[in-house]
Design a protein around this ligand. Structure first.
Ligand code: ADP
Ligand code: ZN
Length: 632
């Protein structure tokens, strides 16, 4: 069998995605690889396919127990012998698994990094041929990353202790240069094939909402998306408890997760979510790493996170199946303060010198600022994210709130000049509140304390509200005409670019969203998105009915097998069944995500439902043209 046969037979996919083939070929040629690809890009296939072609065992180091279980279940479903070894197993189970592994029972074995240095595991590793060592979530090895795990450093010693060095493949979704260098360097990758694919997730819609009551927004949203699975992230446990209670009282099937719950409850709640018993999850950022649930249709941030790295990772848990999904951030200015408080009280992992701590604090502050600007920008949100991660965005994406909203443009160049003059006059010593207050001619204790009325700029923008002035200042920050210092005082400075405004060479335009009628709180008016509709949107009413029946069958099987539904078949696969209407084995095997093994297990039951429903006819159950659907 070659790699394409394996992809077809075990995973049920006709072709590799961009990048997968390059990494697989490199591995098969004996080269180390580093794959940096966004969530949902298909990293697992990159090591699972070669693992089946290499002579020995592939060890996969993975940070989380839930992740391992999920992956191993999926592999077993696909007919691939795999196992995991971690602290959720008893000593007896571990010995048994290692014995079977030593006997050649498994091609792929998932292990927690802590396990590597135990005596039993070392013994095992010396007996068998390890062809490849895969490091999943490889950014955990970097002290510069967000999720540094000291236990990841054990991987290095483990590799050194092996008689024969295996091929090393590492995968992560974290793109920053520091982290990438750390992975290559700390893991000791030898002239690796590095692949960085685009970070754009085309199926995700991005929005920032900053008006109205957050609770009401969430409740309305969930109502409009009933039956769909979603995650709502809050900054604090207290917020999680409150929102969870509120949703529960509204009759939402909701569960929650945060570090304050005991481990039994956390585990139970997580399972309820994964098995779709409670499709809505309210959680702190403690939830989600290693959650592979592919049918999460929306991720709402009740509070702004501390960085775009965090945001993109958390929001990215939506739509892993490639179907359309929404990422909505509910912004309020208070979120900035909550985050600053959280950052100041953050526990430092590892030991650092004062200098390093200052550097980290400065970087945290900078990340928070970039995150805040994301909430304030009126430009394309996707473009903003991609540029932050070092990709040149392609301009307006047509699939984010800002691209789809109508704006009116207001020339605020005059006011901008006053603002720059004011900042210059106070010799760049104050933050946004004092500057805006001074320009508006305000009379507050704080302003009197700084004696701002003695400046010529005092009241130079009288007649404008402080809020309005702040909006212009924010726009100037986003455009890089002004900057803030990297500390908690956030003092306003002007940059070299500001000179262009003073010289009259540059206009400052404020874009303000036009209020459309009927755009009330939480109303998520259907966007006229340029991008393709969700696949399930293209099914006609009969198609949707069949989809529902297939989904029920999937739930039934999931219960029987005690397996999350999406591991049986993804939503995408069910939709593809409704489009292709397979009536026999051959046709069923053409459906994306149906491999030989899954066919053997479940194919007939699904065929049966389809045949009953259509009376054995190739009915067309979707709108539009088939080739259009193929390309989606
Ligand atoms: P990642 O680990 O990069 O977040 P996964 O490995 O979980 O992504 O893959 C995301 C989804 O894409 C999974 O449902 C997977 O089965 C699917 N997938 C991966 N490769 C392909 C492919 N070549 N064709 C179709 N679907 C694929
Ligand atoms: Zn956009």
């Amino acid at each position: 069998m070659d790699k394409t046969d394996i992809l077809k037979q075990y995973f049920g996919y006709p072709a590799f995605r961009e990048g997968q083939e390059l990494l697989i070929d490199s591995i098969l040629a004996g080269q180390d690889v580093l794959g940096i690809m966004p969530t949902g890009a298909g990293k697992s296939i990159c090591y699972q396919v070669p693992a089946l072609l290499l002579p020995g065992i592939t060890l996969v180091i993975s940070p989380l127990i839930s992740l391992m279980k999920d992956q191993v279940q999926s592999l077993n479903q696909a007919g691939i012998h795999a196992a995991y070894i971690n602290s959720s197993l008893s000593e007896a189970q571990i010995s048994k698994a290692l014995r079977l592994a030593a006997g050649g029972q498994y091609k792929i074995i998932y292990v927690a990094p802590e396990r590597l240095e135990t005596y039993g595991f070392m013994q095992f590793a010396r007996q068998v041929e390890i062809s490849m060592l895969t490091v999943d979530e490889a950014h955990c090895i970097s002290q510069w990353g967000q999720d540094f795990r000291p236990s990841y450093l054990k991987i290095v010693q483990f590799i050194k202790s092996l008689e024969k060095r295996p091929i090393i493949s590492a995968f992560t979704a974290t793109a920053t240069e520091n982290v990438k260098e750390d992975i290559v360097c700390v893991l000791g990758l030898q002239s690796p094939q590095v692949l960085v694919t685009g970070f754009d997730r085309k199926n995700l819609y991005f929005a920032v909402e900053s008006s109205g009551k957050k609770d009401n927004y969430v409740i309305n949203y969930i109502r409009e998306h009933s039956g769909e699975s979603g995650i709502i992230y809050c900054a604090t446990r207290k917020n999680v408890d409150m929102l969870w209670g509120r949703l529960l009282s509204e009759g939402v099937a909701v569960t929650k997760y945060h570090a304050g719950l005991d481990s039994e409850e956390r585990k139970q709640n997580q399972e309820d979510f994964i098995y779709d018993n409670s499709p809505v999850m309210v959680a702190t950022n403690a939830f989600g790493m290693g959650i592979d649930k592919s049918n999460v249709r929306y991720v709402i941030h009740y509070n702004m996170p501390q960085s775009l790295e965090n945001y993109y990772q958390e929001a990215g848990r939506a739509g892993r199946d490639g179907e359309k999904a929404e990422c909505i951030l509910l912004y309020s200015a208070q979120d900035v303060m909550i985050n600053r408080f959280l950052l100041e009280n953050k526990e430092q992992k590892g030991e650092y010198t004062q200098e390093e701590m200052d550097a980290i604090a400065g970087r945290d502050e900078e990340r928070l600022r970039a995150m805040t600007y994301y909430c304030l920008t009126t430009g394309c949100l996707r473009e903003y994210i991609l540029r932050y991660f070092g990709e040149s965005g392609a301009g307006a994406c047509g699939n984010c709130r800002n691209c789809l909203r109508e704006y009116e443009e207001i020339d605020v160049t005059e006011a901008s000049v006053r603002i720059i003059e004011g900042i210059r006059e106070v010799r760049q010593r104050y933050g946004i509140n004092v500057v805006a207050g001074m320009l508006a001619g305000g009379d507050r204790a704080k302003l009197r304390e700084y004696r701002v009325s003695e400046y010529a700029s005092f009241g130079s923008l009288r007649g404008m509200g402080e809020g309005e002035i702040k909006q212009i200042i924010n726009e100037m920050l986003v455009e890089g005409l002004l900057a803030m210092t990297n500390d908690k005082y956030a003092i306003l400075k002007f940059t070299a670019k500001a000179e262009e405004v003073l010289q009259g060479d540059r206009q400052v335009i404020l874009r303000q969203p036009k209020k459309l009628p009927g755009q009330g709180e939480g109303s998520t008016e259907r966007k006229k998105s340029k991008s393709k509709a969700r696949k399930s949107d293209i099914l006609n009413s009969r198609g949707l009915e069949l989809f529902e029946m297939l989904r029920q069958l999937r739930t039934e099987i999931a219960r029987e097998e005690n397996m999350p539904p999406y591991i049986i078949f993804s939503d995408k696969t069910l939709v593809d069944m409704c489009v292709k209407v397979p009536l026999d084995r051959g046709e069923m095997l053409m459906v994306s995500g149906v491999g030989t093994n899954k066919y053997e297990r479940y194919g007939e039951r699904f065929l049966h439902v389809i045949e009953e429903y259509t009376g054995g006819m190739h009915e067309k159950l979707y709108f539009g043209e088939a080739d259009e659907i193929e390309r989606m």
